[in-house]
Ligand binder design. Sequence first.
Ligand SMILES: Cc1cc2nc3c(=O)[nH]c(=O)nc-3n(C[C@H](O)[C@H](O)[C@H](O)COP(=O)(O)OP(=O)(O)OC[C@H]3O[C@@H](n4cnc5c(N)ncnc54)[C@H](O)[C@@H]3O)c2cc1C
Length: 492
Amino acid sequence: MSTDSQSPVLVWFRDDHRLSDHPALAAAVATGSRVLCFAVLDDDSDGLRPLGGATRWWLHGSLEALDDALRRTGSGLLVFKGSALSIVGRIAIEAGASAIFWNRRYSAAEIAVDRAIKKHLTDLGIRAHSFNGRLLHEPWTIANQAGKPFQVFTPYLRAVMARPVAAALPPPKRIPGGTWPSALLDAAIPVGALGLEPSSPDWADGMRAEWRRGERAGQEGFERFCRESLRGYADNRDHPSVQGTSRLSPHLRFGEISPRQIWHGVTAEAAREPSLARDAEKYLSEIIWRDFSHQMLHYYPHMPDRPHSSRFDRFPWSEDAKAVRAWQKGRTGYPIVDAGMRQLWQTGWMHNRVRMIAASFLVKHLLTDWRRGEAWFWDTLVDADPANNAFSWQWIAGSGPDSAPFHRIFNPVAQGEKFDPDGDYIRSFVPEIAELPSGFIHKPWDAPPAVLHAAGVRRGETYPDPIVPHGPARERALQAFRSLRSVADLPS
Ligand SMILES: Cc1cc2nc3c(=O)[nH]c(=O)nc-3n(C[C@H](O)[C@H](O)[C@H](O)COP(=O)(O)OP(=O)(O)OC[C@H]3O[C@@H](n4cnc5c(N)ncnc54)[C@H](O)[C@@H]3O)c2cc1C
């Protein structure tokens, strides 16, 4: 790739906040030109969903860490705010750039923005080069025998497993940074002035205590996972009181580690130690779920907004604001649901098994439209991801492609007893019932008065009774689902 060696080239970072395995950065450095790096906080482009509170908090630390890493390597990061379409052309012209490099994005709205920018730059004689830095395989590279996107995960998984994954690139040793023109230095906004971190009130203490943001933290987290938790992952991943999963989701969300790095790292572990094969395969299948949900969002851009299966268009959702509030605050009276919702509020993350239980409770026990839950997770998860979040909510609601059937309704007590048998997870997030013996921790309402008294629990006062009884709520959900079927079966 040749460029005018007098002119700088630009690298536009977008949710790929790392130096290693960054194909756009590597290609920019390979030109031999000076390399100027920037990011854009874009809350304004049509169709791009503004970040929620927790991801804004993460983004602050992620951009600071990226700037720091770029500075240590010879460059640095400028951050601009506004619609990318209006800003990126201006940056390229004022910087006198000969070319711009970025890693591709996959939602329809993102692609539309990128295409428009590319055209604008090309008209100006500035070359735009794009790469895959986000997925194992881009959506259009995996198709079924009819050349169509897979709708079902298992054959998709098989197709991916049969393919090689491109090697992960090393970080550049040195980036030949350049000088930004003063007009752009003036237009850029220091990360601290972007207003990404909450101030009054500052609700991020729990997240600060839980997480380190940035590439180094992501890479170290991955090494720790391989050392300590990859063995046993297939069994432990369902137990929320065990450190059994990688907790890499926010790092993957912001591209502080790439799926290729994970793929090759885990594959190498399994090659070194064949007894890890089952755990490695299970873990890689989760990384493939991530690719699959990105493929789905790419081909079905409505995924966050409306049911994929149109029969759910007329689902008789109920609007019980008080019940939704109790769910959000972790006050439903079902300890496993409440523990999950409080973990989410305190730390910005929730264990996958508990996400499934809590989401199912909202959609099926409370008959709340899954979009309400999706929006709450979007605002509160540090890993809130347009593809994974929407796809997972539709999966739970039964309206998505290859979903759990609607009539599979989790019993929150049985789920708690199965996956948190001693109640350790519940005890860490629902302290007001922590003294209950394990036999009652999942159903405090069954505990005799003496047991409640000894544990300092006053039903309905220190801890709520269930806001809906399981049996009737389950019946109501099934009834609603049946009504849908009969409506769908009517001749139109
Ligand atoms: C209702 C609901 C909403 C969800 N919303 C999100 C979201 O906004 N962002 C998000 O990253 N994940 C989401 N998930 C998927 C999953 O819960 C998280 O990816 C996982 O809990 C993250 O923890 P981990 O990194 O320790 O996972 P691990 O078990 O260590 O998995 C490794 C990685 O694989 C990917 N992955 C794992 N499970 C899934 C899955 N079911 N679908 C797609 N990718 C997966 C993630 O990138 C994850 O970091 C959601 C699940 C549910 C049920």
